[in-house]
Design a protein around this ligand. Structure first.
Ligand code: HEC
Ligand code: HEC
Length: 281
């Protein structure tokens, strides 16, 4: 085991199970799309991690297998639903996403660079924020709920057309202050348990916590289809769950804090492949 951070965490971490590192396995989807699930850590985390690893490497054999073929990946049903939505007109302008953007495959290369600074708006935007901006300001349609079904389906479609491409989130220039804010949040101990994201996902990945195999908490696989709740889960829903597990008050999905945290956590996975929609337990 790597260093333990306090008595509470020590009791959460299973003492009976030996540290079980990531599996030595390769992910190729549909026998054609090679997914980079482990690679050298990007420079800005190289002082704390040698390698960055997808959560896929920490899941069981059957869960991993579900992601190797789109017919076995339950998340792909929602991608199909989003494809229909992509081509359907909505809002006062009578436009569909396709009317302006062409085929959904034209969006290949977009997922890997988000969250991203938007010049005109002067803010860092997640994909969800950008989609809602298009709906509201270009289509005259109602915003979708940040972690609601329509939105998470659409982000699954946008991820799926970029599968295999390396995550490449910019952290300098105008994004830097938001990135610093996200980094602070990542290392801040919260809640009754006084645990930070880093205490679990940096100091203890590979170890068992209760019955769960701790990963690095990467987000290259989002949205994820979870066997636990049998639906697609957005990044901010996962953040919310993890913060709650420390018995802390949490930020809401779409809040500036979670946007900053997403920018930071996403950048820790620079170099891993976009893998969404992934399958997790
Ligand atoms: C009326 C035209 C129009 C429609 C309809 C439209 N968009 Fe857009 N969209 C744009 C424009 C223009 C941009 C570039 C805006 C910018 O960079 O600020 C954009 C940007 C985007 C981006 C970011 C692309 C990038 O390279 O960063 C995404 C993702 C996106 N739209 C998704 C959608 C989705 C999903 C829909 C349907 C729900 C949609 N858009 C509907 C015009 C439209
Ligand atoms: C008490 C330990 C603990 C803390 C603290 C914690 N998490 Fe987690 N987290 C888990 C467990 C357990 C899982 C499920 C197994 C896994 O994928 O690591 C998980 C899963 C995740 C995942 C899903 C990874 C994937 O591949 O699907 C992300 C993302 C994540 N956590 C982010 C965070 C962030 C960001 C924070 C800080 C706000 C945080 N976690 C704090 C225990 C923790």
């Amino acid at each position: 085991m790597r260093k333990l951070t306090g008595a509470v965490l020590a009791t959460l971490l299973s003492s009976t199970l030996v540290s079980a590192g990531p599996v030595d396995d390769e992910l190729v989807i549909n026998d054609e799309t090679e997914i980079v699930t482990r690679t050298a850590a990007p420079a800005h985390v190289a002082d704390v991690l040698d390698e960055v690893m997808s959560g896929w490497l920490f899941r069981g054999t059957e869960t991993r297998a579900m992601e190797m073929d789109d017919f076995d990946n339950p998340g792909m049903i929602f991608v199909e639903q989003a494809e229909e939505q992509w081509n359907t007109a909505d809002g006062s302008e009578g436009k569909s996403c396709a009317d302006c953007h062409g085929a959904s495959t034209e969006m290949a290369g977009v997922r890997p660079v988000y969250p991203k600074y938007n010049e005109e708006a002067g803010e860092v935007r997640t994909l969800e924020m950008q989609v809602n901006d298009c709906r509201e300001n270009r289509m005259g349609a109602e915003k979708w709920k940040y972690t609601g079904g329509d939105m998470v389906n659409m982000t699954a479609l946008l991820a799926s057309v970029s599968r295999g491409m390396p995550v490449d989130i910019a952290i300098d220039g105008p994004a830097q202050s938001t990135w610093e804010q996200g980094k602070d949040l990542y290392y801040t101990r919260t809640g009754l348990l006084e645990l930070s994201c880093a205490n679990c996902h940096e100091d203890n990945y590979g170890n068992m916590i209760r019955a769960d195999h701790l990963s690095q908490g990467q987000i290259n696989g989002f949205p994820t289809y979870r066997l636990k709740n049998t639906k697609l889960n957005a990044v901010h829903s996962r953040f919310k769950g993890c913060v709650r597990d420390t018995r802390a008050e949490t930020f809401s999905p779409g809040s500036p804090e979670f946007v900053a945290l997403e920018l930071y956590v996403g950048s820790r996975g620079n170099g891993l492949s976009v893998e969404g929609p992934s399958v997790r337990n």
